[in-house]
Design a protein around this ligand. Structure first.
Ligand SMILES: Cc1ncc(COP(=O)(O)O)c(C=O)c1O
Length: 370
């Protein structure tokens, strides 16, 4: 396999991917952080298949179905936040959060951070601070002037006129950047003082990836709105913006026309798969596994460079992360560069990856970097 050849994925199971030519690769990205419980986990697949045969689609916001109700209750129980707007993608969750914050505060201003990645739909793109030259430039005139940007992990500007502060507890695509200890708590305090809504984007960090169920739990910081997606349903496109009763109440009672909805909102198959996936993470304590394996990686990879991140959201700083990624790919390992300059090799394997697979990766990386 040449490093420039694309592969066509044929099937995947656990951390393994089979391509149409019969090559088996190990996926150290978990499909961009989605397959936290492994690709095609049998329990998640069974939940989806069972639901498909009964009720594959219901009616958006108009009528709930039992799986959606269960999912909303489960999300409230796990997060301590009572109300949820479901969506299909991470960007959907961010859009819902930004709109909710505007409804709750009446203020247009949003503070976002350099290097942040919140998705590429228009609202989310406006707050994305990662590779703005590429992602934002063609659309800059249509992105509005409501966003102020600050340094991630740095001093906060005045929150005058700001209704929402949106932040990733650890920047993922931005290069696995961890803010200094206590910084997030400072952001929370500043929001409280200014009456701004704190939106935590845990689309990458949520559901066990960083060693706790949600990264905000490490920091003792409670968000007003929490965005989750990616690893929520083991491969089905579903996301959620979960918020406090107080902030979500700003939408008011329905007057017959939902102000924010989508055709596929709260899809029953996605809800059923999310419930199965969340059970696997919680009951299997996969967040503890992420912590343990993250510590192991830290010890084992220290010789190659600085390892950023927490749990199994890791970025190994390398002089040529792209070249390393290509060399790994030739040997059957999928790991992609991240960061503004592609400065880290990003490692977000399934939380279920086996010890033998991880050990195999450490060995192959030793070989590639020797
Ligand atoms: C932190 C974060 N927020 C939002 C998104 C956007 O999610 P999606 O691509 O599902 O719209 C991503 C995607 O990588 C992300 O990492």
């Amino acid at each position: 396999m040449a490093d420039t050849d694309p592969i066509v994925w044929s099937s995947a199971r656990g951390a393994n991917v089979l391509d149409v030519d019969g090559n088996v690769l190990v996926d150290l990205t978990a499909g961009f952080g989605v397959a936290s419980v492994g690709h095609a986990h049998p329990a998640v697949v069974a939940a989806g298949q069972a639901q498909l045969g009964v009720l594959p689609h219901a009616m958006g916001d108009a009528f709930p179905d039992p799986r959606r109700i269960e999912l909303l209750e489960r999300l409230a129980e796990l997060t301590g936040l009572s109300h949820t707007i479901l969506g299909s993608s991470g960007s959907d969750a961010v859009e819902a959060a930004l709109k909710t914050a505007r409804m709750a505060t009446g203020r247009d201003g949003v503070l976002a951070f350099e290097g942040a990645y919140h998705g590429l739909s228009y609202g989310a793109l406006a707050v994305t601070g990662y590779k703005t030259g590429a992602f934002q430039a063609p659309f800059a005139a249509q992105l509005g002037a409501h966003v102020r940007r600050a340094e991630f992990g740095g001093e906060l500007p005045s929150l005058d006129g700001i209704g929402a502060v949106i932040v990733e507890p650890i920047q993922g695509r931005g290069g696995v950047r961890v803010p200094p200890p206590g910084w997030l708590a400072g952001v929370r305090a500043a929001c409280d003082q200014a009456g701004a809504v704190l939106i935590l984007d845990e689309i990458y960090t949520g559901f066990g990836r960083t060693g706790s169920l949600f990264a905000f739990q490490h920091e003792g910081v409670r968000p007003d709105l929490l965005c989750v997606g990616k690893g929520m349903a083991g491969g089905y496109p579903i996301s959620a913006c979960i918020g406090t009763r107080e902030v979500m109440a700003s939408w008011g009672a329905s007057k017959g026309e939902a102000l924010h909805t989508q055709t596929f909102l709260g899809n029953p198959v996605g809800s059923a798969m999310a419930l199965a996936c969340i059970d696997l993470v919680v009951n299997g304590e996969l967040h503890a596994r992420a912590e343990e394996y993250g510590d192991w990686a830290r010890r084992r990879l220290a010789r190659h460079g600085n390892l950023r991140g927490r749990g199994l959201l890791l970025g190994l700083e390398l002089p040529d992360a792209l070249g390393t990624s290509r060399a790994l790919f030739e040997r059957g390992w999928i790991a992609l560069p991240a960061g503004e300059q592609g400065e880290v090799l990003c490692l977000t394997p399934p939380l279920t990856i086996s010890g033998a697979q991880l050990e195999g990766f450490f060995d192959v990386l030793d070989e590639v970097l020797s």
